[in-house]
Design a protein around this ligand. Structure first.
Ligand code: NAP
Length: 543
C-alpha cells in the first residue's frame, strides 16, 4: 500500500512550519497532486501568531492587507474586526483557513525538524525530527519563519531567579496573571513596545529595562466600520492586484521629492499627516530620501523625538526614550498603542541600561550598577535570531557533505533568496536576501510560494529531478543585495536586519531592499527564461 502524508516515511514534498507560509505552500503543492507533509514544532498551527501571544501582540500591517489573497471567496467571507488585528484574531483567521481548505490533515504538530541530509544518488532529502521520525522527500521547503528563533538574552544569573520568567515569543497558552506583581520588561523593540502598556494596566509595578530606545509611532487602531469593510471588499480583486504589483506589498502613493527640498513648515505638515495616518510606513513615505540621506532622516528622527517629549511628562524619561544612536527606520519602527503615555503612570519606571547596565539577575530581581530592582516576573522582549536562525537551527547537509552552517559561516548565500547552491531541491520561504521583512509578508510569502510551486510543476512536467542555484548567480545576487543595502542608511544601525543583535553572527544586511516589485520581476524573468540562474538536471532534459 502506498504511503500517504502525514504518517508516511516517504513524501514528494516536506514543508517545515505550519505558519502562514507553510500552510499556503501545502495548499499549493497539494493542488499539483503531490503527497505533502508539514512538520510543525508548535502544539498548534499558526507560526508567529501561535508563539507570540504576549499581551498587546498585534499586527502592524492593516488587517485587510495582511491576509491571504489567493482566494476571492475567502476575501469576501472573512470579517476583520479591527484596523490592526490582534494576535488572537489572526490566529482565528489561520485556523479558519486551515479548516476551510482542509489543511490540518497533512500537518504533524509537536515535531521539530532537526536534521536534513541530501542523498546525491537518490536525489532525495532524508529528514529527521526530535520525535524520532525519519522521512524521505524529494523537495524540502523551509517555511520556518523569518523571526521564529528567540534570542537568548545572555544575562548572567537568570537560572537563579526564583520568580516567573517569560519571553514574548514563547508566551504560555494559559493566562498569565500580573495582578499585584512587580514586573520587568527587558527590551524595547516592537514586542516590548506593544506589551508595556498592556502589562502596565495589569501589574502593581512595571519596570522597563531599555538598552536602545525605539521610534514608536501611533497605530490609531480602531474597530473597522462595516461600510469601509464593504467598500474595500467591493474592489478587493483590484486592491489585491495593486498589492502584488506594489513596492512593499501595501498600496500607497509613492513619495515625491526630497525632505531637504521642502521648507520646515511644509515638512512638519507632511510629518504630522503621516503621524496621524497611523501607518507604520507613513513617515517613510513622505519623501524619497528618508532612508538614503542622513540629514533628511534626521528631520524625521527629530520630529518623532518632539512627539516623545510632548507625550512623556518627565523630561528626563522623555530624553531617555528618545532614539539618538541610529537613523529613523534603520531598525524596524514600532506601531504602538499607549506606549509613551504608559511612562506617565506612577507605577511605571524606565531604567536606562546605557546609564546603568545590568550586572546580573539575582534570585529576587535584576541588579544594575545602580542597585537591585526586586521583581516577581521578568518578561524578556529581547528579539530573535532573525532570517537565518530557523534554517541554521536545522543541521542541513547538502551535496558533497557540505553543511549549511559552514557554507553560511560568513553570512547567507543564495540565489533570489530562494535556493542556495549545493542544496538541490531545497527552497526557502521568507528567508534571507529576499524582501520578506521589508515588505508585507502576507504578499511576499504568496509570491515565493507560487514561484516554488510553479518551479516544481516545471520540473515534473519536464521529467527533471533536480534544481539547484548556480554558484555564479548566487554570487551575483549576494553582491546585488549588498550593493542596494549599502546605498541606504540601514547598515548604520546595529539591528537584527544586520544580524548584529546576536553575538557572533556575521554582520551582513539580511534582506533585499530593492522592493517586492523589482524582486518579483527578477523571479519571473528567471522562470520565463527556463529558470536562469539555476541548474536543472534529470532524465528529461539537462542544461
Ligand atoms: P527586537 O526588535 O530585536 O528588540 C529586542 C529588544 O531587546 C531591543 O530593545 C534590544 O536592545 C533588547 N535587548 C536584547 N538583548 C538584550 C539584553 N541582553 N539586555 C537588554 N536588552 C536587550 O525584537 P522584537 O521587539 O521582538 O521585534 C522583532 C521584530 O519582530 C520587529 O522588528 C518586527 O519586525 C517583528 N514584530 C512585529 C510586531 C508587529 O507586527 N506589530 C510586533 C512585534 C515584533 P538593543 O536594541 O540594544 O539590542
Amino acid at each position: 500500500m502506498e504511503n500517504t502524508a502525514p504518517g508516511a516515511d516517504r513524501v514528494d514534498a516536506l514543508v517545515v512550519g505550519a505558519g502562514l507560509s507553510g500552510l499556503y505552500q501545502l495548499y499549493r503543492l497539494r493542488e499539483l497532486g503531490l503527497r505533502v507533509a508539514v512538520f510543525e514544532a508548535g502544539e498548534d498551527i499558526g507560526g508567529t501568531w501561535y508563539w507570540n501571544r504576549y499581551p498587546g501582540a498585534r499586527c502592524d500591517v492593516e488587517s485587510m492587507s495582511y491576509s491571504y489573497s489567493f482566494s476571492p471567496e475567502l476575501d469576501q467571507e472573512w470579517e476583520w474586526s479591527e484596523r490592526y488585528a490582534s494576535q488572537p484574531e489572526i490566529l482565528r483567521y489561520i485556523h479558519h483557513v486551515a479548516d476551510r481548505f482542509g489543511l490540518r490533515g497533512d500537518v504533524t504538530l509537536c515535531t521539530r525538524v532537526t536534521h536534513a541530509a541530501y542523498d546525491d544518488t537518490a536525489h532525495t532529502w532524508r529528514v529527521s525530527t526530535d520525535t524520532g521520525r525519519a522521512v524521505t522527500t524529494r523537495f524540502l521547503i523551509l517555511a520556518s519563519g523569518c523571526m521564529s528563533v528567540p534570542k537568548d538574552p545572555g544575562i548572567p544569573g537568570l537560572d537563579r531567579f526564583t520568580g516567573e520568567v517569560l519571553h514574548t515569543a514563547r508566551w504560555p497558552r494559559e493566562e498569565v496573571s500580573f495582578t499585584g506583581k512587580r514586573v520587568a520588561v527587558v527590551g524595547t523593540g516592537c514586542s516590548g513596545v506593544q506589551a508595556v502598556p498592556v502589562i502596565a494596566g495589569r501589574a502593581a509595578a512595571l519596570t522597563v529595562f531599555q538598552r536602545t530606545p525605539a521610534y514608536a509611532l501611533p497605530a490609531h487602531n480602531r474597530p473597522l466600520l462595516d461600510a469601509e469593510t464593504a467598500e474595500l471588499k467591493s474592489r478587493y480583486p483590484q486592491f489585491r492586484r495593486a498589492q502584488r504589483l506594489s513596492r512593499g506589498g501595501t498600496v500607497f502613493e509613492p513619495p515625491a521629492g526630497s525632505a531637504l527640498a521642502a521648507d520646515e513648515a511644509e515638512r512638519t505638515a507632511a510629518y504630522e499627516a503621516a503621524w496621524e495616518s497611523g501607518l507604520l510606513s507613513g513617515l517613510l513615505r513622505t519623501y524619497t530620501d528618508i532612508l538614503t540621506d542622513e540629514k533628511a532622516n534626521e528631520t524625521v528622527a527629530e520630529f518623532v523625538r518632539s512627539k516623545i517629549r510632548s507625550a512623556v511628562d518627565d523630561p528626563e524619561t522623555a530624553e531617555a526614550l528618545s532614539p539618538r544612536t541610529f537613523p529613523f527606520a534603520t531598525k524596524r519602527p514600532c506601531l504602538d498603542t499607549g506606549y509613551y503615555a504608559a511612562y506617565n503612570l506612577p507605577h511605571v519606571k524606565l531604567v536606562d541600561l546605557r546609564a546603568t547596565p545590568i550586572e546580573t539577575i539575582t534570585p529576587r530581581g535584576i541588579r544594575t550598577t545602580e542597585g537591585e530592582h526586586p521583581l516577581d516576573t521578568i518578561v524578556f522582549a529581547t528579539g530573535f535570531d532573525a532570517l537565518t536562525g530557523s534554517q541554521l537551527a536545522i543541521d542541513i547537509v547538502g551535496r558533497a557533505e557540505m553543511s549549511l552552517r559552514e557554507k553560511w559561516a560568513d553570512g547567507p548565500r543564495n540565489h533570489l533568496g530562494l535556493m542556495t547552491a549545493g542544496f538541490p531541491n531545497l527552497f526557502t520561504v521568507l528567508g534571507p536576501l529576499s524582501p520578506s521583512v521589508l515588505s508585507n509578508i502576507a504578499v511576499s510569502l504568496e509570491q515565493q510560494v507560487e514561484w516554488i510551486t510553479d518551479c516544481i510543476a516545471h520540473l515534473n512536467r519536464n521529467g527533471l529531478t533536480e534544481i539547484d542555484a548556480a554558484p555564479e548567480a548566487e554570487e551575483a545576487w549576494g553582491a546585488h543585495v549588498a550593493e542596494l543595502a549599502d546605498a541606504t542608511l540601514y547598515p548604520a544601525a546595529e539591528s537584527w536586519y544586520m544580524g548584529s543583535n546576536v553575538p557572533g553572527k556575521p554582520r551582513v544586511f539580511l534582506a533585499y531592499t530593492g522592493g517586492l516589485d523589482r524582486y518579483r520581476a527578477a523571479c519571473e524573468a528567471s522562470a520565463r527564461a527556463g529558470y536562469s540562474g539555476f541548474v536543472l538536471s534529470g532524465e528529461g532534459r539537462e542544461r
